[in-house]
Design a protein. Structure first.
Length: 233
């Protein structure tokens, strides 16, 4: 199965500085893509159609993708592991605080079937919209990850997550000690597109989009209304 995971800030000319909690970036930080360019990307690069919308959801912060995926699993509509195509200005792999240590040393120490304690991680202030994909990888939900970057994105993929071939392989001293119980952590193929025009994939089972208000000015909100036409709620 394959999930298209969009972030609204991808459709900006430049990354915006993170705004304070409850605020939006200044309108001058970036230009919002034209409607026709957004539509062209969704239809030509992603193969979406307004005549045949795909099941999905739009939410405010990107970490809510975990809740959405988990709910679909419980319904039996999404089976693991699944492919994720992540279209974003940020990798959401814990490049900044709180970093990778909690996932690599705490989450990986747990039995795989006990790792998806999403509410607990939120309460511990360890899970947020900048690292939720790292948690999904640690839960062993993802079989392949494709990252389609905004052309002006900063390099923010933590090198310690990658093996010598550039694929994702979560590992730590703790995870190696726990291999007798947990088995080896899987190697997840990881593709990165620096030029979104080189990307083209179709056939999604679900489409989700995050508004990410602290990363995009208010004028970008119209992008959500465009994407909404391609989603069946």
């Amino acid at each position: 199965m394959r999930v298209l995971d969009l972030d609204m800030d991808f459709f900006l000319s430049d990354p915006c500085p993170l705004a304070p909690l409850g605020e939006r970036p200044d309108e001058g930080c970036a230009r919002v893509w034209r409607d026709e360019d957004v539509i062209r990307f969704l239809e030509e690069q992603c193969g979406l159609s307004r005549r045949h919308p795909v099941p999905g959801a739009i939410f405010d912060t990107h970490d809510k993708a975990l809740d959405f995926w988990h709910a679909r699993m419980q319904e039996g509509r999404l089976t693991t592991p699944f492919e994720v195509v992540h279209v974003d200005t940020h990798s959401d792999l814990a490049f900044g605080p709180p970093g990778t240590n909690f996932v690599l040393n705490v989450v990986l120490s747990r039995l795989p079937q006990q790792r998806a304690a999403i509410d607990d991680y939120h309460k511990a202030v360890e899970l947020d919209e900048a690292n939720y994909l790292l948690f999904a990888l640690a839960f062993r939900w993802i079989s392949r990850l494709t990252y389609v970057r905004n052309p002006r994105s900063h390099q923010d993929i933590p090198r310690q997550l990658l093996d010598s071939d550039g694929n994702i392989h979560l590992r730590s001293f703790i995870s190696q000690m726990m291999e007798g119980k947990n088995g080896k952590e899987p190697v997840v193929p990881f593709d990165v597109y620096d030029d979104y025009r080189q990307f083209k994939q179709t056939g999604y089972d679900f489409v989700t989009m995050a508004q990410s208000p602290r990363y995009a000015p208010e004028s970008a909100d119209r992008i959500m209304e465009i994407v909404r036409q391609y989603i069946r709620f």
